[in-house]
Ligand binder design. Structure first.
Ligand code: PLP
Length: 423
């Protein structure tokens, strides 16, 4: 029986057998014991399921992987040390020198940097597109060496909503894998596999953990991409000599996840720690409840700010006048999440005065946990970008990013009001 998301948040990923602990134990061990050499050989050959070394798999991490994969409706999850580790592993699993990624330019600053600066040093090019551009224009960027089309459901910090069907249509037409960073929507508000995505990435450090307690990342394999016979992906169709000649496209399921774990996690070692998996698993229990409150609080805060004379503009898709309102009605009908951005009238100094005047809401690099916080991206997360790149990423210099928490909405609004009075 397929359970609803609220139920999976609480019950997913771990079912104890009689006499076992009700929640997953923290299996704080690097390695696992076997009596028979053959048992271990079968694990290495992927003929059996089990654990032999925590860099590749661990029972606590597996419980968390199972919960997020189930929530997304995918076939397998891979717990990573951070969201950036997940995105990096995804890129390495698909791309080699000479290949390219076609990516929305409205993405998290760290991901932008990975794609625009770090991967090109290894011979992987990224071609950025404006997510609002017509399909025909975006499609021109795809060529025979494109391995991945990438976007964010709710772009951080531009709060743009991805037009899934437009991008999925291009990906399907060209037989290219479509991956989505679903961090700021979470599977509670949007499930990208239902709209044509093939892979989902999460920084679980955000809403999924929800308490600013554990760094983590997740790759979820949708199991819905045809690698077999697709000439674009020779690495999936030819024997992997580093893994006993395995042909990943011949596997019955989870072809991407298997290659990613067996090859890339083995070589790069960016695994999630059991302790972080435990904390994230626990945090995820309340994800559905929290996303409801984050969304309703942000909707009230957005309406308050939009009506305030000292505010230039507000971006949150709950606002009827917002450019992405229609897309949000389609892809995020149950709430648009707690992230919003706005511009203070005046210059950067006014923005700083406002932020320093806040008493309840704190200045942090983090977003998307239970406590409200603010950030000025141009001087922090996006400071490595030039002014032109900031514009391209949709992050004006006077933009303040507000992550609305689950406190009483009246208290959040009162804090904003008193800080705006100081501007
Ligand atoms: N993706 C998005 C949308 C993010 O907001 C972030 C971090 O802020 C990341 C990825 C990177 O995740 P992490 O900080 O866990 O490496």
């Amino acid at each position: 029986m397929a359970y609803k998301k609220d139920t999976i948040c609480v019950q997913g990923g771990y079912r104890p057998k009689s006499g076992e602990s009700r929640i997953p134990p923290v299996v704080q061990s690097t390695t696992f014991f076997y009596e028979k050499t053959q048992d271990m050989a079968d694990l290495f050959d992927l003929k059996a399921d089990g654990y032999f070394y925590t860099r590749l798999a661990n029972p606590t991490v597996a419980a968390f992987e199972g919960k997020v994969a189930e929530l997304e409706g995918g076939v397998a999850g891979i717990g990573c040390a951070s969201g950036m580790a997940a995105t990096t592993l995804m890129a390495f699993t698909l791309c080699g020198a000479g290949d390219n990624i076609v990516s929305s330019s409205a993405i998290y600053g760290g991901t932008f940097n990975l794609f625009a600066v770090t991967l090109p040093k290894l011979g992987v090019e990224t071609r950025f597109f404006d997510p609002d551009a017509p399909a025909g224009e975006i499609e021109k960027l795809v060529d025979g060496r494109t391995k991945l089309i990438f976007g964010e459901t709710v772009a951080n910090p531009a709060i743009k909503i991805l037009d899934f069907e437009k991008i999925a249509g291009i990906a399907r037409k060209h037989g290219v894998l479509f991956a989505v960073d679903n961090t700021l929507a979470t599977p509670v508000l949007c499930r990208p596999f239902e709209w044509g995505a093939n892979l989902v990435i999460h920084s679980t450090s955000k809403y999924i953990d929800g308490h600013a307690a554990a760094l983590g990342g997740m790759i979820v394999d949708g199991g819905n991409f045809a690698f077999k016979g697709n000439a674009r992906y020779p690495a999936f169709n030819e024997p992997d000599e580093s893994y006993h000649g395995l042909v990943y496209a011949d596997l019955p399921a989870a072809q991407f996840a298997t290659k990613c774990r067996a090859q890339m996690m083995r070589d790069m070692g960016a695994m999630m720690s059991p302790q972080n998996a435990f904390l994230s698993w626990l945090g995820c229990d309340t994800l559905a409840l929290r996303m409801e409150r984050h969304s309703s609080n942000a909707k009230r805060v957005a309406a308050f700010l939009a009506a305030h004379p000292k505010i230039d503009w507000v971006w949150h898709a709950s606002l009827p006048e917002n450019k992405y309102h229609k897309l949000a009605e389609r892809y995020l009908p149950d709430g648009q999440g707690g992230m919003l951005s706005f511009g203070i009238r005046g210059d950067v100094k006014q923005a700083a005065r406002f932020m320093e005047g806040l008493k309840l809401i704190t200045q942090e690099t983090h977003v998307a946990d239970v406590r409200s916080c603010v950030l000025h991206p141009a001087s922090t997360t996006h400071r490595q970008l030039t002014k032109a790149e900031l514009e391209e990423a949709g992050v004006p210099e006077n933009l303040v990013r507000l992550s609305v928490g689950i406190e009483a909405p009246e208290d959040i609004i009162a804090d904003l009001e008193q800080a705006l009075a100081k501007v």
